[in-house]
Design a protein around this ligand. Structure first.
Ligand SMILES: [Zn+2]
Length: 310
């Protein structure tokens, strides 16, 4: 199968993105501080995230009827499995939105090497999304600077709330037919930047199961697999452990994407402290402690009634 056409299109997109990225970088120096954004308010361009090729079709209406089979799971203890299942079942009393995603032939399937996350990852071509992204807005430059940080911000992603470092719960997301979570990654080797996405339910199930199974042995510290995440293989140069999540401004960190990729550990200590600060976890300590809290807190945001208490 020839991918020349696809690659050509992607290269084109990447060139455009890089161009935009350069422009952003030039201005980003002006907004080193996450609250110093007023300087960049008059920018007329949008980050590449907003660019999307639209097509008349809606992905839901194009769903094939084939139901996604249950992905293979690593062996887990019965109690954990039941616990995890009950979370899902309680949450999903209503019929779940169709989970009938069928990768098109142009998709590549990535099977992570992590045993606890053997869920498929779909590399995403620029095509319609289940849910439209919200247009991101910046504060009006004519507004006077506030006296302090506001608690609310424009939601940076459809799966984010307008509270910093906070995502919608799973029930809400599935009710809105948000079944995949996308994010930007950049290869550490060839440096190409592109978008990939995870299936929300499958990946969350894997993370939650792993957390609940291992929690008692973690002693409130993130295990090494979270401290040093195994990254996806680059879609372009096929370098293993190389597609690193792009993390820019703190308020725009794609926390749910990082959770599903079990790559929150790519954040710096400072970024993790930002998360804890805005999610009422006023704890200090080494990175492994704060990282553990970040995983736990995000799982709790997704399933507020679940067993994810600190
Ligand atoms: Zn690469």
């Amino acid at each position: 199968m020839s991918n020349n056409g696809v690659n050509g299109r992607e290269d084109e997109i990447n060139r455009k993105r890089r161009h935009t990225s350069d422009e952003i970088t030039a201005f980003r120096e002006l907004e080193e501080d996450e609250d110093n954004e007023l300087l960049s308010l008059s920018l007329s361009f949008r980050p590449s995230r907003g660019r999307r090729i639209s097509s008349p079709g809606n992905s839901h209406s194009q769903q094939p009827s084939l139901t996604l089979p249950s992905p293979p799971r690593p062996p887990i203890s019965q109690s954990v499995q039941q616990s995890s299942m009950s979370i899902m079942q309680n949450l999903l009393r209503k019929p779940p939105p169709q989970l009938t995603l069928q990768p098109s032939p142009s998709h590549q399937i990535y099977i992570p090497s992590l045993s606890m996350s053997s869920q498929p990852v779909v590399y995403h071509e620029p095509e319609p999304q289940p849910a439209p992204r919200q247009t991101r807005t910046r504060r009006n430059p004519t507004q006077a600077p506030g006296e302090g940080k506001s608690d609310t911000i424009p939601a940076p992603y459809p799966w984010s709330t307008n509270r910093r470092a906070t995502v919608h719960n799973l029930e809400y997301l599935l009710s809105k037919r948000i079944s995949t979570i996308s994010g930007e990654v950049q290869c550490k080797r060839c440096e190409k930047q592109y978008e990939m996405e995870y299936y929300l339910r499958e990946r969350f199930d894997a993370v939650a199961t792993y957390l609940l199974e291992k929690k008692s042995g973690m002693h409130e510290r993130a295990p090494s697999i979270w401290m040093n995440p195994v990254l996806p293989t680059c879609r372009f140069c096929e370098q293993e452990n190389s597609a690193k999540p792009v993390i820019s401004k703190k308020r725009e960190i794609n926390w749910l994407f990082l959770l599903l990729g079990q790559s929150i550990g790519c954040c710096t200590l400072d970024q993790l402290k930002y998360f804890c600060k805005h999610t009422r976890n006023h704890r200090t300590g080494a990175k492994d402690r704060i990282l553990y809290l970040a995983y736990l807190t995000l799982c709790k945001q997704l399933v507020p009634s679940g067993p994810f208490n600190c």
